[in-house]
Design a protein around this ligand. Structure first.
Ligand SMILES: Nc1ncnc2c1ncn2[C@@H]1O[C@H](COP(=O)(O)OP(=O)(O)OP(=O)(O)O)[C@@H](O)[C@H]1O
Length: 635
């Protein structure tokens, strides 16, 4: 996502930056900001701020707990050694009870250390996850609104919440367990050589075989294969999501699953790789590894049989053998843990990488010395803009003016650039060339809060929250009274919507509450904008899905929005997808292929006989056709 900065929308490098800044909450995640640098765990821990020390402490305690957990084995060995030494006079082995108490002490101590260690890692993990959430949300608050056009809110939520959850699991459990595993292996190696190095070596054989198998699976060609395997899994998930989203289309057109070729192919590819993975890469080495590890004690027996004849103290040798036989039970656990270590680090790298992607989203920066507009006019001066990844510019040298208090309509063929032009005023995107001025000031030189305060925008993509209708409208002005919200709803012609809802304005919107039509949602959006009562209104007039009655109401609401509460005319920049609404505009700007084809009043443009005149003729023809067909059906 770093390449976002290459987009014209982010071309003002001085204006748009990727925050490397503060973590809301404690500390600054400086390390995490340096996206991609340092180990994944280090970058994750940077989010924990000063509490990261608790993670180190927790890991150290977990490692210590693991070493202490060897204690009971050693005690058992001491007991076995004493018993063998006095056999068959068992009563002479007087220290056995003490060994038992020591073993119990070690076991309890090990658990206590592990428990305290986990408390430490949990405290750090919770802080890390909460800082990660706060930081990502804080960053998104300053991100240009266009970013949300490109990144679905659901996907962003999954990144932020999913990664925070994964992080919790990793830092709270997997990391201390990994520290424990490392301590276990080191301790095991040391112990193997303490009593009888020859028996120790015999125990190490299965460990070595298992490690070779693991390197075979994880290293070199095996790793390449894993990368392809993981890539194929991601691809299958992605195409699967697209498939699920498109199920209604598939049903409507009565197509089978095979119509979703991409998904089908992705499943086939993954199936092939999964089979290869299971058969070629895993079956032999994994079976070998498991067999060898599970039968670790079996290696001891032949070695012991070979060594026994040469031993002068057979009892001591038998006691040592007992130790290694007991201890070899630990080997499978240790090796299984080692196997999961790489998975833990892989998931850490994945989680931190995804959050860093969000943190790399360009943000709108407030200028050092914000300028205040002299009035509420809007002017486009030679504006050019190309969407990230697009080849052709969406806007090219676009210039026009909306004088303060005037209404200007943007019309033109589909894809002409109308919505894009309107989005540049509230800085959904920043221009690639030229300037967008409000009251004579480049919008990039205005305080973003001032700009947002001056502009009310009603866009097609505006959404309602899963809150009451009242709260949804109040979102435009949180300090508005209930009466003011009701007045805005009234002005936006929403009375009929409220009437039919079970709890009126207090009905929740969404799954469990009210379900509204597209036209009704748009009227609520207009109520929001009316409540805001900003001096500049930018609206994308999407009445396409409104029935005639709804459309008439929406038009009335537009009229109310364009006048403002005090009755004074607002500056209105309106994207008109249908010509019925533009006739009375003070000026009409015709955008075609990203350029201004012509501009003027309705009469001037008709007289000019250009694109607008042709569009108008088509429109009139469509209207007369509609009237004729209505008359025909009435007869
Ligand atoms: N998010 C985007 N990413 C890439 N290209 C885009 C994006 N949004 C729009 N475009 C492209 O930019 C151009 C202008 O699109 P825009 O939506 O501004 O046109 P429009 O005049 O509003 O069209 P319509 O009347 O169909 O809504 C089109 O070629 C479109 O494909």
């Amino acid at each position: 996502m770093a390449d976002k900065d290459c987009s014209p929308g982010a071309s003002g490098a001085a204006r748009v930056h990727s925050t490397s800044g503060s973590v809301p909450g404690d500390g600054r995640a400086g390390g995490a900001a340096g996206a991609g640098s340092g180990s994944a765990v280090g970058r994750l821990l940077a989010f924990a701020g000063p509490r990261r020390a608790l993670t180190y402490l927790g890991c150290a305690l977990s490692a210590a707990s693991m070493l202490v957990s060897f204690g009971p084995y050693v005690c058992i060995w001491f007991a076995a050694r004493d018993l063998i030494a006095v056999a068959p006079d068992w009563a002479a082995a007087t220290g056995i009870a003490a060994y038992g108490w020591w073993a119990l002490g070690f076991a309890v101590g090990s658990i206590a250390l592990y428990f305290v260690g986990l408390m430490c890692t949990h405290l750090a993990a919770f802080r890390c996850a909460s800082n990660m959430r706060k930081r990502a949300i804080g960053h998104l608050m300053h991100t240009g609104l266009g970013y949300f056009d490109m990144h679905a809110s659901g996907a962003l939520r999954r990144v932020v919440d999913g990664c925070a959850l994964e992080t919790e699991g990793l830092l709270a459990h997997k990391l201390p367990d990994t520290a424990g595993s490392v301590a276990m292996i080191l301790g095991m190696l040391a112990l193997f050589f303490v009593f009888d190095w020859r028996l120790g070596v015999a125990c190490l054989v299965p460990v070595a075989v298992s490690l070779v198998c693991m390197f075979y699976m994880m290293g070199g060609r095996g790793m390449d294969f894993m990368t392809r395997y993981m890539g194929s899994l991601v691809k299958m998930n992605k195409t699967g999501t697209e498939y699920v989203r498109g199920i209604p289309v598939v049903k409507v057109f009565q197509q089978t699953v095979y119509s979703f070729r991409a998904f089908h192919d992705a499943i086939e590819e993954f199936t092939r790789l999964a089979q290869d993975y299971a058969v070629k890469w895993c079956r032999t080495p994994q079976s070998l590894s498991l067999t060898v590890i599970s039968a670790a004690a079996a290696f001891l027996v032949p070695v012991a049989v070979m060594l026994a004849p040469g031993e002068h103290d057979l009892a001591h040798f038998a006691a040592n053998f007992a130790f290694y036989a007991i201890f070899s039970a630990v080997i499978p656990t240790a090796m299984t843990r080692v196997m999961f270590m790489s998975e833990a680090f892989q998931s850490a790298a994945d989680a931190v990488g995804r959050v860093e992607e969000v943190l790399a989203a360009p943000v709108i920066e407030a200028p050092a010395a914000p300028q205040v507009p002299s009035d509420n006019s809007i002017r486009f001066e030679g504006v050019g803009f190309t969407y990230e990844g697009a080849e052709a510019p969406a806007l090219d040298r676009v210039s026009f003016e909306v004088p303060a208090g005037a209404t200007v309509a943007l019309v033109g063929p589909s894809g002409g650039g109308k919505t894009t032009a309107a989005s540049l005023v509230p800085r959904f995107w920043d221009v690639g060339a030229g300037r967008v001025l409000v009251g004579g000031v480049d919008v990039r030189d205005m305080d973003p809060a001032d700009l947002m305060g001056r502009v009310a925008f009603v866009f097609q993509a505006n959404r309602l929250f899963s809150q009451s209708i009242l709260e949804n409208v109040r979102a435009a002005r949180p300090d508005a009274t209930r009466g003011e919200v009701m007045a805005a709803l009234e002005a936006a012609q929403c009375a009929d919507i409220i009437e039919k809802l079970p709890d009126g304005v207090d009905t929740a919107y969404g799954a469990a509450g009210a379900h509204l039509s597209g036209g009704e949602v748009q009227r609520l959006m207009l109520a929001r904008a009316i409540l805001k009562d900003a001096p500049i209104v930018v609206l994308d007039e999407a009445t396409a899905f409104a029935d005639p009655e709804n459309e008439a109401k929406i038009q009335a609401a537009f009229g109310r929005l364009a006048r403002g509460r005090d009755g004074a005319p607002r500056t209105v920049l309106m994207v008109a997808h249908r010509l019925s609404t533009v006739r009375n505009a003070d000026k009409i700007v015709v955008l075609d292929g990203g350029r201004v084809a012509e501009q003027g009043t309705h009469e001037e443009l008709l007289a000019a006989g250009g694109l607008y005149a042709r569009m108008w003729a088509d429109y009139e023809q469509a209207v007369s056709w509609r009237i004729q067909s209505a008359e025909g059906s009435a007869r």
